[in-house]
Design a protein. Structure first.
Length: 395
């Protein structure tokens, strides 16, 4: 349950962090946000109000979904089959090694000049990496032996060297390090209460809490430094120079921009038909030339056909693909993965990490953008568990 709630928590944190910035910045001073506002013919105030509404509705929906998920927690412990890690770990390491070899063979003699060209040239490899790293993360957490857990994490970090998406590192730190530490704290608290070891509990809590805060601080600094080195997309596309081309300005745009994109997605969906769920599936499996929802929105804003995508959130997806009010879809979309987690648990497979990662990733680009990968990953875990013995999963 911890990892499912952690997925909602990360999604909510992104929205809550963006809301104060939406209220404080001038949207027309930031090049990418300015493109959204101008495309809709909005004034500063109209653009701000639209993004603010997207953020408030998203936050409310995520909070409600988290509470419902907690209410759906099974009253009895689920019987989970043990994964035979002595078989699966060598297989995972072998697959990562094969991908590294393939990447080395396919690598160009000169580096690509942009990340977009890199992703386009290695689209299949990037898709496999995006499919594999959450699976390795789930296997790491599922392992009770520290040595095997570290081995999975080492393979995971190696695999992420092939990924151009920095958000994957955030997920690894959150789900692979911080949440397990929090889980250990909760477990120690229960043990300490049983044996009345309050002094031991205080010491362990302080040490683990300090570790979580330190890791979080380091991650925040890394994200800030990477953001400061990034170019502003709209400037690359020929728009007028930004008066806020500073490290602080780039970070403010990066955090707040998803709420403006979600607002844009809903506004566009009200006046024209956008790619639906079937188009999303075709795009994911490369069946035809159907664009995904976020790819189409990116094309409309930047007037170029690249691998870039918008961050429409559950909020924008609701308007484009459902007849539900955004609040209802935000709650329902997240709970899709909660119900899937419960179903797979009844089948003997622990996919809590996969569900948590899918909830977080889906909150950025929409539930249907993540659903195919989640189902494939969950079915692989289920297949692995059929090779193992039963064990009891602590709640």
């Amino acid at each position: 349950m911890l990892y499912v709630v952690g997925g909602f928590g990360l999604a909510l944190l992104a929205v809550v962090a963006a809301l104060p910035l939406v209220l404080s910045i001038d949207p027309l001073a930031y090049p990418d946000i300015r493109l959204v506002c101008r495309a809709l013919g909005n004034t500063r105030a109209q653009c701000t109000v639209g993004a603010l509404e997207a953020g408030l509705v998203s936050a409310a929906g995520l909070i409600i979904a988290t509470l419902v998920a907690l209410g759906l927690r099974p009253a009895q412990r689920q019987e989970i089959r043990e994964i035979p890690h002595h078989i699966v770990l060598p297989l995972a390491i072998g697959c990562v090694g094969a991908l590294l070899l393939a990447a080395a063979i396919a690598a160009p003699s000169t580096p690509f000049v942009s990340r977009e060209i890199d992703i386009t040239a290695n689209a299949s490899l990037v898709s496999i990496v995006n499919l594999g790293w959450p699976l390795l993360l789930q296997l790491s957490v599922s392992s009770r032996a520290l040595a095997m857990r570290l081995a999975y994490l080492a393979a995971l970090v190696t695999l992420l060297c092939l990924s151009p998406f920095r958000a994957a590192f955030v997920a690894v730190v959150a789900f692979g390090v911080m949440l397990p530490i929090i889980g250990m704290l909760l477990q120690n608290a229960r043990v300490a209460q049983m044996f009345h070891a309050r002094r031991l509990l205080r010491r362990g809590t302080l040490a683990a809490g300090a570790g979580v805060l330190l890791i979080g601080a380091v991650l925040a600094v890394v994200i800030a430094m990477q953001t400061a080195e990034r170019d502003l997309t709209a400037m690359d596309s020929g728009d007028e120079p930004s008066p806020v081309a500073t490290a602080e300005g780039k970070l403010a745009q990066r955090i707040s921009y998803p709420l403006f994109q979600a607002y844009y997605a809903r506004a566009v969906a009200q006046v024209e038909e956008l790619p639906g769920a079937l188009d999303e599936l075709k795009a994911k499996f490369r069946l035809g030339s159907s664009p995904s929802l976020n790819h189409r929105l990116f094309e409309k804003i930047y007037n170029r056909d690249t691998v870039g995508e918008m961050t429409s959130l559950y909020y924008g997806e609701a308007a484009a693909r459902t007849s539900l009010p955004p609040l209802f879809w935000i709650v329902a979309a997240g709970l899709l993965y909660v119900l899937a987690w419960l179903l797979f648990a009844r089948l003997g497979a622990d996919v809590a990490v996969l569900a948590g990662v899918a909830i977080w990733r889906g909150s950025l680009g929409g539930a249907f953008s993540v659903l195919p990968a989640f189902l494939i990953q969950a079915l692989i875990v289920l297949a692995f568990t059929r090779l193992g013995a039963r064990r009891e999963e602590p709640r």
